[in-house]
Design a protein around this ligand. Sequence first.
Ligand SMILES: NC(=O)c1ccc[n+]([C@@H]2O[C@H](COP(=O)([O-])OP(=O)(O)OC[C@H]3O[C@@H](n4cnc5c(N)ncnc54)[C@H](OP(=O)(O)O)[C@@H]3O)[C@@H](O)[C@H]2O)c1
Length: 251
Amino acid sequence: MNNSLAGKVALVTGGSRGLGAAIAAALAQQGASVAITYVASAEKAAAVVAKLEKTGVSALAIRSDQGDPASAGRLIDQVVARFGRLDIVVNNAALAIQGKRIDDPEIDNAALDRQWQVNVLGVVATIRAAAPRLTEGGRIISVGSGLGSRVGFAGTTDYAAGKAAIVGYTKGAARDLGPRNITVNVVQPGVMATDMAAGSADKLPPSFMDTHAINRFATVEEVAAVITFLAGPDAGYITGSVVDVNGGFTA
Ligand SMILES: NC(=O)c1ccc[n+]([C@@H]2O[C@H](COP(=O)([O-])OP(=O)(O)OC[C@H]3O[C@@H](n4cnc5c(N)ncnc54)[C@H](OP(=O)(O)O)[C@@H]3O)[C@@H](O)[C@H]2O)c1
């Protein structure tokens, strides 16, 4: 373990599996205490907590539905009550409803509306609840998507637009919170082999990976490493930025 985040407290939304679990592990590896959220995967969340605790840090799993805007305040209260402070917030939890064009009569508008609630309004609610509680020099990092900058294929309009909205919110929040030396950034991953991609990879055009400079998926560890850097002491002057980790998808 390196100790660049020793004494810090991090919240990672959606930490029960996929990228969120990798981010939680990478932050713990740097000595941070870590709270994760989940909504359905209680057992997986408990397993992540056990793994984090084995590295010597304190960890906590909280069931908190990011689609319910009222849950954000309770979530931040629980983290501060348990750890006494909050230094780092990683907005990772999201859904991906993809595959149908917006003129498809079979499109599921209720599912798309829920996606906006979770992916956009839930992130906004978390940032609003966390901002007054974050320590001086705190960090907010939201996980966007390469699709927030370049859509690349059909059937992903609402998901891409939601990720683009997070970029605008991040830039505004960076301006608002700069006087407290709190940095606010977005990391935009490319495709990673998580459960989310398993649900949508078969809907990608076969030539999709050819549009990348590096023709492979990202690993969750590669993305988590960039987020951990942004959370750390060497990234104090990076704010309002969009960092692509997408193999050149947007090059
Ligand atoms: N995978 C990709 O190819 C890819 C590419 C670009 C960007 N991203 C972004 O990367 C981030 C992580 O994606 P992933 O691939 O790791 O996804 P994933 O494998 O589907 O995992 C999603 C995580 O979010 C949690 N979650 C889902 N809905 C939630 C809600 N309403 N409230 C709280 N937690 C909720 C899940 O908890 P439960 O286990 O309880 O359901 C799980 O921990 C997302 O922001 C995604 O948009 C992913």
